[in-house]
Write a protein that binds this ligand. Structure first.
Ligand SMILES: NC(=O)C1=CN([C@@H]2O[C@H](COP(=O)(O)OP(=O)(O)OC[C@H]3O[C@@H](n4cnc5c(N)ncnc54)[C@H](O)[C@@H]3O)[C@@H](O)[C@H]2O)C=CC1
Ligand SMILES: O=C(O)C(=O)COP(=O)(O)O
Length: 527
């Protein structure tokens, strides 16, 4: 097997490259390229490891013909076009915890630097001024810390602020009262937060809801003398409005690590009174960078080598321990999805996936994604587990997953049912031994068959002589039969024949088979 090839395109701790190599990947480290250079190169790679500098746009992705996974050594993925990656079947993963302590500590460092004007005092002292009487600071003890966004980083920042004897109030629409009590913070609405806080620290992602969350109106109505810290994302605060309000003195200070446009070589806030900043250093500690580099390389190689999915943003997680257990089910699920997709006619608007026995104990989402990947291949050639659920949604397919507690005839069973204009059509399969996927039912008829390679599916009247006739026909056409599977509802009723053959079935064979006595349906299948 050729080794998966990974490109590290942003500055990353050398442990990342080491782990990729140890885990069976070839790795190139090429940083600082222009988008054009990256686009020209990206086609060679199975994996792309990034931080925040590389912008993975739809244009770059259009050239990423071999790409399977993008790994973000860090948290924010606003530099990745996730919908484009998803529709192309590329997994996007991040490392959601590796740099959170470090970033929360940076927010606290920024707060202290603001409270005591350390950057300006430092600059003037080193310039030989000794400006002792120009710097009067404020204490943080007893002051109110207003947290916007009580997620991983926000809650760590809150606990550090509590350690500094501050009162913490928090605005986060997803924060429950119970969790607020557990954290020892008071849950408030945004206007209340801005009217009471002495220091406000932002810790939300940048989304349509959070963009400009501190807009001009909110900043104007905030408590006079408030100080604002943003170590989350540029675009959360209206930079021009903040500059005006720093100049008017309504806002006493602001400390930013992130900017609307980065790298921020110029910005309206530069030089505003009480403004301090750092160049997106929130995650830049040795500890955090080792954490995220190790984690991203482990996660990406796990996916590329073993199919394990951890911390993915566009596909369900699948641990490296669970991945081998699920693998035969994924094959079975994909084959069943493909079988109903190839056989059912008309506009299919719903699909249900039932798991029974041992299959009911496994994660449902990956199995669902594999069924959809098989099923959606009837509509598109470039479909896989990552993009199938998105394509299904786009087509308005109603997808249901059902897990049965009941004991059935099989130790483990997957059933896939599609709704057609003439009623529900269902196929089911099991695993023989730990690994071998096997079809056990097709449209109500019990049958045992492997679904592999080229196959011929025939429904005929159950009457003597048919098997001889089809055998003769295939012999005349020079088609070699690999396996032969028969099933029927009741004696004399409809019978189903599934043959695996050594070459694709041409239309001439299908036409000839249709003319055989007693034949109702003939279809060539491909797995
Ligand atoms: N400066 C830097 O170098 C770094 C910045 N970051 C950024 O910090 C931010 C926070 O990261 P985490 O805490 O890990 O994320 P998280 O996902 O754990 O927490 C985000 C919180 O924001 C809340 N939220 C979402 N919409 C909201 C809204 N409209 N109003 C108020 N709250 C809302 C969510 O409920 C959640 O609790 C991210 O934008 C991330 O990219 C992360 C690491 C380093
Ligand atoms: O992890 C994040 O979200 C960050 O913003 C850190 O960015 P960086 O990896 O330092 O470019």
């Amino acid at each position: 097997m050729t080794k998966p090839k990974v490109l590290i395109s942003d500055k990353m701790d050398p442990n990342a490259a080491k782990i990729f190599e140890e885990r069976g990947c070839d790795v190139d480290v090429i940083t600082g390229e222009t988008p054009e250079e990256l686009k020209a190169r990206i086609g060679e790679y199975d994996g792309l490891a990034i931080r925040s500098s590389t912008k993975v746009t739809a244009d770059i992705l259009s050239a990423a013909t071999n790409l399977k996974v993008i790994g973000r050594a860090g948290i924010g993925v606003d530099n990745v076009d996730i919908p484009a990656a998803s529709s192309q079947g590329v997994v996007v993963m991040n490392t959601p915890f590796g740099n959170s302590i470090t970033t929360a500590e940076h927010a606290i460092a920024m707060m202290m630097a603001l409270a005591r004007q350390i950057p300006a005092a430092n600059a003037r002292t080193q310039a030989g001024e000794w400006p002792k009487s120009d710097f009067m600071g404020v204490e943080v003890t007893g002051k109110t810390f207003g947290l916007i966004g009580a997620g991983n980083i926000g809650t760590i920042a809150a606990s550090r602020a509590q350690g500094l004897k501050m009162k913490v109030i928090a605005y986060d629409p997803f924060l429950t009262e119970e969790r607020a009590v557990e954290l020892g913070v008071e849950k408030v609405d945004l206007d209340t937060l801005l009217s009471r806080a002495d220091f406000v620290s932002l810790h939300t992602p940048l989304t349509d809801q959070t963009r400009n969350i501190l807009n001009r109106e909110r900043l104007e109505n905030a408590k006079p003398g408030i100080r604002i810290i943003n170590c989350a994302r540029g675009g959360l605060v209206d930079e021009a409005a903040l500059k005006d309000l720093l100049e008017s003195g309504h806002i006493a200070g602001a400390a930013f690590d992130v900017f609307e446009t980065e790298p921020a070589k110029e910005n309206p806030l530069f030089g505003a009174p009480g403004f301090i900043c750092t160049p997106h250093l929130g995650a830049s500690t040795t500890e955090a960078q080792v954490n995220v580099a190790l984690q991203v390389a482990e996660q990406m190689s796990d996916y590329l080598v073993n199919g394990g999915v951890t911390n993915a943003l566009n596909v369900p997680s699948l641990s490296a321990e669970e991945a081998p257990k699920l693998r035969p089910y994924m094959k079975l699920a994909e084959s069943l999805g493909s079988l109903v997709g190839q056989l059912a006619h008309g506009n299919l608007t719903k699909i249900s996936i039932e798991r029974e026995g041992a299959a009911a104990e496994l994660s449902g989402k990956p199995i669902e994604a594999a069924v959809l990947a098989g099923f959606m291949s009837r509509y598109s050639d470039s479909v896989n587990m990552v993009n199938a659920p998105y394509l299904a949604k786009e087509r308005g397919l109603d997808v249901r997953s059902v897990r049965h507690e009941r004991e059935g005839a099989y130790n483990t069973l997957l059933r896939v049912t599609v709704g057609t204009s003439t009623g529900d059509r269902s196929v089911a399969g099991t695993l023989f031994g730990p690994e071998a996927p096997r079809l056990v039912e097709i449209f109500g008829v019990g049958i045992e068959a492997d679904l592999a390679g080229d196959m011929l599916y025939i429904v005929n009247e159950d009457a003597p002589g048919f098997i001889g006739r089809i055998g003769t026909l295939l012999g005349e056409k020079g088609i070699n039969i690999g396996t032969f599977h028969l099933g029927r509802r009741d004696a004399g009723d409809e019978a189903v024949l599934l043959l695996s053959v050594d070459q694709p079935i041409g239309q001439d064979v299908i036409d000839a088979a249709c003319k055989l006595e007693g034949v109702k349906t003939v279809k060539g299948l491909e797995f």
